[in-house]
Design a protein around this ligand. Sequence first.
Ligand SMILES: O=C(O)CCC(=O)C(=O)O
Ligand SMILES: [Fe+2]
Length: 203
Amino acid sequence: MNLFFSEENLEFIQPDLPDADVLYYPSFFSEKEATTYFKMLQKETVWRQDDIKLFGKTYPQPRLTALYGSDTKSYSYSGITMFPTPFTPTLLEIKTRIETVVEKKFNTVLLNLYRDGNDSNGWHSDDEQELGKNPCIASVSLGVERPFHLKHKQEKNLTYKIPLSHGSLFIMRGTTQHFWKHQLPKSKRIITPRINLTFRTLI
Ligand SMILES: O=C(O)CCC(=O)C(=O)O
Ligand SMILES: [Fe+2]
C-alpha cells in the first residue's frame, strides 16, 4: 500500500494490484461539502429504476440510476440503453473538481442511488465499447460507507476490498477493466442511502 499527496495536497493511496491502475482519495471532498452534494443530488436527480435481463428473465435493477452528459450519445449496458440529460450546475461543479485532479475531461456521469443495503451492483467490468480501450472511470461516493470489491478475471485468488467513504474518490484506469471485475455487494445491516457518481468519457 502506498500513500501519497497530490499537487493539491490531497491524500491518496495507490494499491499495488497486478494489471490494474487504481487510486483512492479518502477525503476528496470535505465532510461538509460531501453532505451538501449528497442532499442536492438526492433531491435534484431524476432517478429511475430500469429492468435488467439476466439469463432470459427480467428483474428490476437493485438500485436507482440516472445518466447526465454533455452530448446526446447513448450508453448501453446489461441490455439497457440510456440517453443522457444535460449536466446540471451541481454535476458540472463536481466534474470540474475531479478533472483538475485526474487531469482528464469527462463527458458523462452515471449516478447510482443505493437506497439501503439491499441495493447493490453485481460483478461487472466497465468495458463497453463506447468507453474506448483503456477507460478512466472516476467514482465519487456520498452517503453511507459501503465496501467495494475487485477481483481478477484470471487469477481467481486475487481480490481487493476497500470501504468507500463519504466524500471519497476512487479512480480505475489503464488496463483495470480488461483484467478485473468489481461489485458493490449487498450489506444487510445498512439502512441509509449512498449515492455514487461515475464520471466516464463516451467516445
Ligand atoms: O457504486 C459503486 O461504487 C460502483 C458503481 C459501478 O461500478 C458502476 O456504476 O459501474
Ligand atoms: Fe462499474
